[in-house]
Design a protein around this ligand. Structure first.
Ligand code: CO
Length: 139
């Protein structure tokens, strides 16, 4: 398998609205999407465009959100995961499993509407890693 584009950097935040203000007013982001809920993953999401990738702002959604634990350790929020594109999610799953990397759950539909899965940070050099099927079918 060949690693594809860095699609986005996930940044956890206790308040998407506060983070939007930061990215817009301080960092100078000029293209910020509308926040939306992703109940299947227990997160509220907002994408901030940069010229070469995106920042995915994620806020906990619901009591069982996986972000509650992260924000308990990092109350101000912080860098949460990196997301790489692959051409085929099932091929990628088989590849990573053959390398002994543990998936966190089965492939499911992610914030961009294409299948994704997460890899255990302990198998990824300490980085929570999201693998996403490319929305453009690119390699
Ligand atoms: Co993500």
């Amino acid at each position: 398998m060949k690693l594809g584009h860095l699609n986005h950097i996930g940044v956890a935040t206790p308040s998407i609205e506060a983070s939007i203000a930061l990215y817009r007013d301080v960092l100078g982001a000029t293209s910020i999407g509308e926040p939306f809920d992703l109940p299947a993953q227990g997160v509220r999401v907002c994408f901030v465009d940069t010229p070469n990738t995106q920042i995915e702002l994620i806020e906990p959604l619901g009591e069982t959100s996986p972000l509650h634990g992260f924000l308990a350790k990092n109350p101000a929020g912080g860098q949460h995961h990196l997301c790489y594109e692959v051409p085929d999610i099932h091929e990628a799953k088989a590849w990573f499993e053959s390398k002994g990397a543990r998936l966190l759950g089965e492939p499911r539909v992610g914030a961009h509407g294409t299948p994704i899965f997460f890899l255990h940070p302990k198998d990824m050099g300490g980085v929570l890693t999201e693998i996403m099927e490319s929305p453009r079918g690119e390699h």
